[in-house]
Design a protein around this ligand. Structure first.
Ligand SMILES: Cc1ncc(C[n+]2csc(CCOP(=O)(O)OP(=O)(O)O)c2C)c(N)n1
Ligand SMILES: [Mg+2]
Length: 339
């Protein structure tokens, strides 16, 4: 509910020009991030593409920090320099937020390699971490994805690749045969990798499907490939009139709303009353309203921020220099062919 409300307010803020750049919202896919991340430990790395607000919030990012990032403010998770597509939160082991389709997948394999190396070689106990690497159905035809899958299998990396199969890559339906072969899960076979198909519209199905995979991956350090079937309720981004699909189709999927579905289940099980559900809605709306206020009050980053966070060291090879000095030395280094 927090993710949904965050997205509703993000869309509003975008229309009011409080947020710029691109905005890809996660409405309809909430159960995927929540169920998958819920089946990991808080220190397991998570990485995803540009539709990333839900993963960051599920990982524990404070909504006001996310909202400030959307607004380009210094209080944002990337000091307002990344925006919607680059929600990073190292403290919560959330490694973005990546705009190039499929580019996060080799990075995900790298995260898994790093944790395995530390856990095994540096003696912190075998396979203590599992990396969750999310991608869209549009990413599965990128070459880098297949290189990462191959290496993950050959090097036995503890990673779960989760294809958030929402049936569309921008305006292209997966039914238009953009990918050879009809079953996404089958692609794992070429890499001798276990695979699963999970209903991403039901958070309990997601959790029950993912938990054994995560536990086994932690134990065996073997990669897994998941076809997570879901649907995005809104357009690809804010500038998408959705002419490539029918209202009927959208209505059909909206009846599968993962939030309504969980609420109905809990009411049915006498775990929740309709009144308590309404109250939760109120609390979430107040929380996100406050997040918007906090973000609006956060200042824009000062001009010096332009040169920070470019290198691991604040100024890279130019540590300790002022901005003009940095520019002068860099230009002179370039002239001499040193930089
Ligand atoms: C390498 C590359 N090619 C093209 C694009 C433009 N582009 C942005 S999103 C997108 C569609 C990706 O769809 P999918 O992976 O299914 O993710 P979804 O938006 O459905 O979450 C494309 C083609 C890009 N960002 N990067
Ligand atoms: Mg897609």
């Amino acid at each position: 509910m927090r993710i949904r409300e965050f997205e509703v307010r993000a869309m509003q803020a975008y229309q009011n020009r409080l947020a710029g750049g691109f905005l890809h919202v996660y409405n309809g896919q909430e159960a995927v991030a929540v169920g998958c991340i819920g089946s990991t430990r808080p220190d397991d790395p998570v990485i995803t593409a540009y539709r990333d607000h839900g993963h960051a919030l599920a990982r524990g990012m404070a909504p006001e920090v996310g909202m400030a990032e959307l607004f380009g403010r210094i209080g944002g998770c990337a000091k307002g320099k990344g925006g919607s597509m680059h929600f990073f939160d190292a403290a919560h082991h959330m490694y973005g937020g990546h705009g190039i389709v499929g580019a996060q997948v080799p990075l995900g394999a790298g995260l898994a390699f790093a944790t395995k190396y530390r856990d095994e070689v540096m003696g912190k106990g075998r396979n203590a971490h599992v990396t969750l690497c999310f991608m869209g159905d549009g990413a599965i035809n990128q070459g880098a994805v297949h290189e990462a899958m191959n290496l993950a299998s050959v090097l036995e990396l503890p990673i779960i690749f989760i294809v958030e199969n929402n049936l569309y890559a921008m305006g292209t339906s997966i039914e238009r045969c953009t990918s050879a072969g009809t079953h996404i899960a089958e692609k794992a076979r070429a890499y001798d990798m276990e695979s699963a198909v999970i209903n991403g519209m039901d958070v309990l199905d997601v959790y029950r499907g993912m938990k054994p995979l995560v536990d086994r991956c932690r134990e065996t350090s073997k990669p897994v490939w998941v076809d997570m079937q879901c649907y995005r309720f809104k357009g690809h981004s804010m500038s998408d009139p959705r002419k490539y699909r029918t209202n009927d189709e959208e209505d059909r999927w909206e009846r599968e709303d993962p939030i309504e579905r969980l609420a109905a289940h809990l009411v049915d099980q006498d775990e929740l009353t309709g009144e308590a559900f309404k109250q939760m809605g109120k609390e979430v709306r107040a929380e996100i309203r406050a997040a918007v206020k906090w973000a609006e009050a956060s200042p824009e980053p000062p001009i010096e921020e332009l040169y920070h966070d470019v290198y691991v060291d604040r100024w890279g090879p130019y540590t300790g220099t002022s901005v003009p000095e940095f520019l002068r030395r860099r230009a002179s280094d370039r002239e001499q062919g040193n930089a």
